[in-house]
Structure formats: C-alpha cells, structure tokens
Design a binder for this molecule. Structure first.
Ligand code: ZN
Ligand code: ZN
Length: 174
C-alpha cells in the first residue's frame, strides 16, 4: 500500500508527526507503518534527524502569516527534497507517481512525501487549509480537509470544549 499524495494521507501524516514527534528511529518506523507507508529501507537515526528538521520547516508553513510566505516556505521544502516525478510499481500493487529518486533513504523519502503532499493539498483544496486549533492551550496543527474548508479546531473534543467555555462566558456562569 502507498500513501496517495493527492489525497489527505501525506499531509495528515505530516500533521500527526509534527504534533506528536517520533521519539526514536523505531518509533518513526512504526508511525510510518501505521499510516500505511511502504518502507524500502530500515529507518536509521539520521532519518529521524532529517524528519525532525522537515517537521520544523512544515510547522513554518503552517504558521506562515500569509499565502505568499506559505508558498515560498513550501517551495523551499520542495526544492530541498523532490526530484522529477516518475512512474513506479515497486510495490507490485499498481502504478503511481514518486517525486523522488529511486532508492532514497527514508528521511529524504518522507521529506519529498510531506512537501509534495502538502503542496497538492493546498493547491487542490485551498491555500488557507492549514491551521492550528483555536483553543489557546491546544494549538494542535491540522490540515483542513473538511467539506466547507472552515475548520477551526483539531478535533470535535476541542470544538465542544470551546463551545462550553463560550456559553459560560455569555451566561456569566463559571
Ligand atoms: Zn511508492
Ligand atoms: Zn485542539
């Protein structure tokens, strides 16, 4: 199975890894497998270092103050990680596009996947569709794949929590 960078898989994986940083190489490998990502190489410490730096850059894309800066930051990520697109059926389960050289290490492969998946998400669904939870003490990063494109919270739990708080503020209850 492969992540579909045109779908939400890659950008959701980026958000998950950014919000809950992998603690070591084995943890990163497990998180990739859980996400359904086919790993062609063992995950090494160097891959973890690479991915953590990429996640810092990705959070910079999330926190960009406007669309032009968001695009420029993501273009820098694309330039640093991607190669020309190519067709592959390396998993034997269907032809798909890679945006990397054949045989790249896991760190660079994830860099290309995160950058490409985020770029396709933004141009396909809308440049504003990356954000952080509106609950001040949460601030979890998310990719907005909602139908309306007006997601404000990381989860229904945070939406409910904020609704309760706003209700209490209006009614003066504590
Ligand atoms: Zn593949
Ligand atoms: Zn939240």
């Amino acid at each position: 199975m492969h992540l579909n960078p045109y779908g939400a898989d890659a950008v959701d994986l980026a958000a998950s890894l950014a919000n809950h940083r992998p603690t070591d190489a084995a943890d990163l490998a497990e998180r990739c497998r859980t996400a359904g990502l086919l790993l062609e190489h063992p995950v090494l410490d160097g891959d973890l270092v690479k991915v953590l730096a990429v996640l810092d850059a990705w959070e910079g894309v999330v926190d960009a103050p406007d669309e032009a800066i968001r695009a420029a930051r993501l273009n820098a990520m694309l330039a640093a990680s991607t190669a020309h697109p190519r067709l592959t059926d390396h998993g034997g389960d269907g032809w798909h596009l890679h945006y990397r050289e054949e045989g790249t290490a896991v760190g660079l492969m994830l860099s290309a996947l995160i950058a490409t998946g985020t770029a396709l998400h933004l141009v396909g669904r809308g440049m504003h569709r990356l954000g952080r939870c509106a609950v001040a003490e949460c601030r979890t990063a998310f990719a907005d794949t909602s139908r309306t494109g007006r997601q404000r919270y990381c989860s229904q739990r945070c939406a409910n929590r904020d609704a309760v708080r706003r209700h209490r503020q209006r009614t003066g209850a504590s």
